[in-house]
Design a protein around this ligand. Structure first.
Ligand code: DHK
Length: 186
């Protein structure tokens, strides 16, 4: 196909720009930075009612607040040289969206306390099963020493490790263990 001026015309030229090596090099310089950041990022996701930590059934979940847990997680991650995304939601779909985000951004690993959704959510399990990165499941309480319905967790099917019964210290153990798993692989 030739344009009026005798120049060949490529209808998809705009969609598939042919760039000089300078532009390609510039992109190459940028992309690895973002990829490198995410390669050092761990997601810590918290499910429903964990925003009430500290005041919710303290005889089971203790007196530490979610802000205390975040501080503990950040200190642990920082000591190990990891960056942290720390989130909590009372909504199943939002947790699923964050798992998709961790997948899309190629996070290095994910810690999740799915709280009540542990025992009911196939949607969260399915989302976790799409992640190539290792997953550690955390429960503050010992779910095996409580009501029978808490003994089964759907999420465990996708988890490389499960920690329960250590109180909020379990989060620090989860991050430490996850970091060791990632380092061992990479
Ligand atoms: C937290 C919850 O909210 C419960 O629904 C789970 C978990 C246990 C925990 O121990 O962190 O059954």
């Amino acid at each position: 196909m030739a344009a009026a001026g005798g120049q060949p015309r490529f209808p998809f030229a705009g969609a598939f720009p042919i760039t000089g090596s300078g532009a390609v090099d510039a992109r190459r310089d940028q992309e690895p930075d973002a990829a490198r950041d995410m390669a050092k990022t761990i997601y810590v996701l918290n499910g429903p009612n964990l925003n009430l930590l500290g005041t919710r059934e303290p005889e089971i979940y203790g007196r530490a607040t979610l802000a205390d847990v975040e501080k503990l997680c950040r200190a642990t991650a920082e000591r190990l040289g990891w960056t942290l995304e720390f989130r909590q939601s009372n909504h199943e779909g939002e947790l699923v969206d964050w798992i998709h985000e961790a997948r899309a951004k190629q996070a290095a690993g994910l810690v999740i306390n799915p709280a009540g959704y542990s025992h009911s959510s196939v949607a969260i399990l399915d989302a976790l099963l799409t992640l190539a990165a290792p997953i550690v499941e955390v429960h503050i309480s010992n779910i095996h020493a409580r009501e029978p319905f808490r003994e089964h967790s759907y999420v465990s099917k996708a988890a490389r490790a499960v920690i329960c019964g250590f109180g909020v210290h379990g989060y620090a153990l989860a991050i430490t263990g996850l970091a060791a798993m990632i380092d061992a692989k990479g």
